[in-house]
Design a protein around this ligand. Structure first.
Ligand code: FES
Length: 143
């Protein structure tokens, strides 16, 4: 399988790995087919993501996707971060092989979940999860 230099870089040197002990929002998602798990921690102040960390127990593409996702949402408002799509994560990595697109979906979902976790904890209604249109579902032949 051919991976871009950016995927390899973020896999070998992932950014923002770890956890935030006093996180304001936590999102954990897993893919039941491959068994990979991703957890994203957000530190939020004044509606802005001041810090973000992640732990991913999964494949190289999932690690690279979560690393890139954290870079893309750091410093953003919650509204801006909510717009992060798996396609944007994959594009920022200079592409993922088609059978690995679902790994970037985990990153999108983990960010959404962490934001809603924060909103619910603060008495706000969760935002509706909307698919960003190019989610590549895991087909049986990609397991
Ligand atoms: S997240 Fe399942 S193989 Fe990458």
């Amino acid at each position: 399988m051919n991976y871009s230099a950016k995927v390899m870089d973020h896999f070998m040197n992932p950014r923002n790995v770890g956890e935030i002990s006093d996180a304001d929002g936590i999102g954990e998602v897993g893919n039941p087919v491959c068994g990979d798990i991703m957890k994203i921690y957000l530190k939020i102040d004044d509606n802005r993501i001041q810090d973000v960390k992640f732990n991913t127990f999964g494949c190289g593409s999932a690690i690279a996707s979560s690393s890139m996702a954290t870079e893309l949402i750091k410093g953003k408002t919650l509204e801006e971060a909510w717009e992060l799509s798996n396609k944007a994560v994959a594009e920022a990595l200079d592409g993922l092989p088609p059978v690995k697109m679902h790994c970037s979906v985990l990153a999108e979902q983990a960010v959404h979940k962490a934001i809603n976790n924060y909103r619910i904890a603060n008495g706000l209604s969760p935002w509706d999860y909307k698919e960003h249109g190019d989610i590549h579902a895991l087909a049986p032949d990609e397991q």
